[in-house]
Write a protein that binds this ligand. Structure first.
Ligand code: SF4
Length: 308
């Protein structure tokens, strides 16, 4: 039986986050060069009833005992493509007080129905990675019909309507959107959007395009200073070993790696298992050629050989 839940994983932004995946892998209006879920196989802005809502709700209810900090709707594609997203958020909020977050690329926020769907979420985290159309096409590789201007209008309009927490994430890839003139353009747009917080991110996991490069800590600090006091650089994960005593299975590890490549530490933190137990399963999966090793920024990641 397919599970619509992953984790809780230790998120660099949201603490212990129970992931909810409502989109077929990997369906998205973007094909970002930095995407940690691999290349977009279905480049689409079609909103659809992709998964049975009652099955998703059943899986969430079955995972509430893990007591996550957030229930986070994100996963293997763009969650605002799910036509029942608003209904799902309202339903979750009817049976738990755990806050609901939605991580979105913001590409469809200009649609009134998508804004309406997100209004009940506690936290919405859209993205903006470019200050002009040329860089937008380079970094996000979007569907033809959605321009950057349209996205910006949606980001601004939604902020005016939304009463919850609004964090804007800006993802930087060295040599694509890191020129100071480009950073200033993005920063000006961010000011117009007026989010509660601006999260500055860069490549920490194997990207979809192998040549995409991470941004140095020094440069991220320079970028942060351009964005001003609302900007934060997303910190690296710390070990959560004192909470690590769960038994884990091969299936748990594969389920996590289906969503994104992870280090031993991330698997250990996400599944609350001791790193040596994770290592045994990783060695087994390597010997079966189910996973492979990838080095990013001096960190060793494991990813599935064949993405699901
Ligand atoms: S990073 Fe997000 S928006 Fe970009 S391709 Fe991946 S899933 Fe889509």
């Amino acid at each position: 039986m397919k599970s619509y839940i992953f984790g809780p994983v230790l998120s660099r932004r949201l603490g212990r986050s129970l992931g909810v995946d409502v989109i077929p892998s990997k369906t998205c209006p973007f094909d970002c060069v930095y995407c940690e879920q691999g290349k977009t196989t279905s480049l689409s802005s079609e909103i659809n009833d992709w998964v049975p809502i009652q099955d998703v709700i059943r899986d969430i209810k079955n995972s509430l005992h893990t007591n996550p900090d957030y229930i986070t709707i994100s996963g293997s594609g763009e969650p605002t493509l799910y036509s029942r997203l608003g209904e799902l958020i309202k339903e979750i909020k009817s049976f738990t007080s755990i806050p609901v977050a939605v991580i979105t690329n913001g590409a469809l926020l200009w649609k009134r129905e998508v804004q309406d769907a997100l209004l009940s979420a506690d936290l919405v985290m859209p993205s903006l990675d470019a200050g002009d159309e040329e860089v937008y096409k380079k970094i996000n590789k979007p569907v033809k019909e959605i321009s950057l201007d349209l996205i910006i209008s949606g980001l601004i309009e939604f902020k005016k309507r939304y009463k919850g927490i609004y964090w804007l994430e800006v993802f930087f890839v060295e040599g694509i959107n890191t020129e100071i003139s480009q950073v200033k353009k993005i920063s000006l747009i961010a000011n117009k959007i007026n989010p509660d917080k601006i999260l500055i991110n860069t490549i920490k996991r194997p990207p979809s395009v192998k040549s995409a490069r991470t941004v140095s800590s020094e440069k991220l600090l320079e970028i942060q200073s351009i964005f001003g006091s609302k900007a934060e650089i997303i910190p690296d994960l710390k070990s959560d070993e004192h909470n690590s005593n769960s038994e884990i299975t091969v299936k748990d590890v594969i389920n996590l790696l289906q969503r994104r490549p992870c280090t031993i530490l991330e698997i250990s933190n996400g599944l609350h298992a001791k790193p040596d137990k994770v290592q045994i399963i990783i060695d087994h999966l390597l010997s079966q050629n189910t996973i492979l090793k990838v080095m990013i920024d001096n960190n060793l990641y494991y990813q599935l050989t064949t993405p699901s």
